[in-house]
Design a protein around this ligand. Sequence first.
Ligand code: GTP
Length: 361
Amino acid sequence: MKAVILAGGFATRLRPLSCTRPKTLFPIVNKPLLQHIYEKLAKDGITEVILAVNQQTALSIRQQRIPKHGLTVKYSYDPPKKPLGTAGPIKKAEKLIGNTEPFLVINGDILTNFSYTELIEKHKQTNATATIALTKVDDPSRYGVAQITKDTRITQFIEKPPKETAPTNLINAGIYALNPKIFQYIPRGKAVSMEREIFPKLVTEGTLYGHITSDLWIDIGKPEEYLQTNKLLLDIAGSKQKTPRKYQLNNPAAIDKKVKIGDQSTIGPYAVIGRNVTIGKNTRINNTIIFPHTQIDDNTTITHAIIGENAKIGKNVTINKNCIIADHARIKDNTTLPENTSICPAKEITPQNILKTKNTC
Ligand code: GTP
């Protein structure tokens, strides 16, 4: 069985961290999301993956050398500077997918333990052109919302309705089983939206079905959700790190290889420290993700933030809630970043220029 992973979007809601990496490569507890996705697909018996990407994303993915768990991985490219949306890339990959059996499509920004095999089985039991995995959320207004009959046929599909008008709280989980008939619905070489153009058409024809799941499902679309996803996995994994002697470790936390941590520092709870990170003395980090190769000096406090790769954070720095520091940024000694501050890639921030340079990406 084949699966298409859609991973060619621009992840605008995860800027400035997504200026330098695609969403599917964001680390989740020190492992790229795409690696989690490959592991799950291989476990569910998928044999071939088609990555629907742009050239830049493909390059970044190749550089990561992610273990493929026996999957054959092929690439299908959107034309340069012409993103094809969420349906166009499926048409583009038609030859690679073939037209003999149903296939899966997965958004590359989702972590789930939902059974793909079960979705395909359900799909085969009806005359569906598409079967969407549906999950329940408290606020459906940011998603595609579905109304479904007892025999699981979708009678209404509305993309991002205002909260009060959403007919249900069952939303499109970004995972579909598709019949090759779908190719007839998608024009070639154009940006086409699955959610806004194709699904509503299938509803009118009565060939769009849903499969409700209550399994773990989370998308990392926004910084807060990305932090939550890491927290969730830390909770599931439990506390594996042993308490060392020189610094204090408050579990749950995850510390990758080659990390150095100075005396009297306090790490966690909910700290994810990437490979080759250096942390000085008497520094406190909690509810935070630090990407690989970053240096953090002494007497610094970081709370509920995301720090990109190869960043340099000086002494006596305070980084407050919901701050995002992009790759290669430098935060000089004695700087305090107010809540919700975003710092662009490679920017240098000092106590003097902080008000002028924050949130300017
Ligand atoms: P935002 O800009 O923050 O909305 O993110 P996005 O557009 O990257 O992601 P969105 O949640 O809208 O898209 C769902 C999935 O489809 C993600 O995994 C995207 O990478 C992927 N995707 C979105 N647009 C395209 C596109 O034009 N081409 C391809 N190949 N994939 C896409």
